[in-house]
Design a binder for this molecule. Structure first.
Ligand code: NDP
Length: 321
């Protein structure tokens, strides 16, 4: 089979398209023939070495396809089942072995590509609005990179929960953020700074929660934009890691800071299936619009990473084997 292999960390050119042996499923695992692969920012962190994986490795954390073979001690799953998964490395490939408990059955009417586009980013937006800071009607919410994969879904989910949404993006993407339903759209690459805008628009009160996936360039101002007792959910670092923080900075307004990952909020099969079901149902009913930016052949994975890192995408990038 073909797969992308990283033998040394570095720029997108380290993503090599190679022939490798097809893996066999062990106890509690299944072999999936992959039809669509979700590209996520975490794949960039793995490729550059910001998040360490033992070398060599096949990147990718998300895909959808068809079960080809199940290993011993797997129940409720058989060859031919359509499934999607995330939180298992190695999806930039034609086949992958995945722990059976992480495989989510796809509803018959759900397109495979939509499932691959939605699982990781959709469940991330879902845990942020339901569990990290459970949104209530009237909450004021700031979403960074609001035209991005997770960001675009967050804006929509926050609106559905009755929140007042402030969305930031770079200049060419502002109309899209408005179109997704944000009440206030802020260009965080231009003056005035986004925290000053948020404070002006809220009469100085600030927002109850900031969902910040950008990190280094936004973190300080995200704190400034919070209300008294507001929550900062730092869940990514597309612009780079945030430097160490002196805890007393949170004392100014009694703020809360958390640094969550999807794995913390999909710890059991029950929790995983609950989030996946809610996200799939929202997409199928039309309540959640999923924007697929483009589909790129697997062998051109390097081009997908160049697009994502150069901020040229809105919504989801897919690789197709
Ligand atoms: P996005 O589609 O959001 O792409 C990243 C976006 O970040 C860019 O399009 C860009 O939007 C913005 N950005 C701001 N500064 C930079 C910069 N210096 N370099 C590159 N991009 C920048 O990607 P994803 O939806 O895949 O992921 C978004 C974030 O969420 C990532 O940080 C990711 O790690 C995190 N994440 C965290 C999870 C968790 O559980 N903790 C799970 C899933 C994702 P613009 O041009 O508008 O600035």
């Amino acid at each position: 089979m073909h797969a992308i292999r990283v033998s040394r960390t570095g720029d997108p050119s380290v993503l090599e398209y190679v022939s490798v042996d097809r893996p066999r499923p062990g106890k509690g695992e299944a072999l999936v023939r992959i039809e669509a692969i979700g590209v996520n920012y975490i794949d960039v962190y793995h490729r550059t070495g910001l998040y360490k994986l033992p070398l060599p490795f096949t990147p990718g954390q998300e895909a959808a396809g068809v079960v080809e073979e199940v290993g011993p001690e797997v129940e409720g799953l058989k060859g031919g089942d359509r499934v999607g998964y995330t939180m298992t490395p190695g999806s930039y490939a034609e086949h992958a072995v995945v722990p059976a408990w992480k495989l989510v059955p796809l509803p018959p009417a759900l397109e495979t590509r939509l499932a691959a586009a939605l699982l990781l980013q959709g469940m991330t937006a879902h845990y942020l609005v339901t569990s990290v800071y459970p949104l209530k009607p009237g909450d004021r919410v700031l979403v960074h990179a609001a035209a991005g994969g997770v960001g675009g879904l967050l804006v929509q989910m926050a609106k559905q929960r009755g929140a007042r949404v402030f969305g930031t993006a770079s200049t060419p993407k502002l109309d899209l953020v408005r179109d997704l339903g944000a009440d206030h759209v802020i260009d965080y690459t231009a003056a005035p700074e986004f925290d000053a805008e948020v404070l002006r628009l809220t009469g100085g009160a600030g927002v109850n929660v900031v969902y910040d996936s950008v990190g280094r360039t936004t973190f300080d101002r995200s704190l400034e934009a919070l209300s008294v007792r507001g929550y900062l959910a730092l869940f990514g670092q597309s612009s780079g890691p945030v430097p160490p923080l002196e805890p007393s900075r949170l004392a100014v307004k009694g703020n809360f800071l958390t640094r969550p990952s999807l794995a913390h909020y999909a710890q059991t099969r029950e929790e995983l299936l609950w989030r996946a079901r809610e996200v799939f149902e929202a997409a199928q009913s039309g309540a959640l619009r999923v924007r697929i930016d483009r589909e790129i052949p697997l062998r051109e994975a390097a081009e997908a990473h160049r697009l994502l890192e150069s901020r040229k995408t809105t919504g989801k990038l897919l690789l197709v084997p």
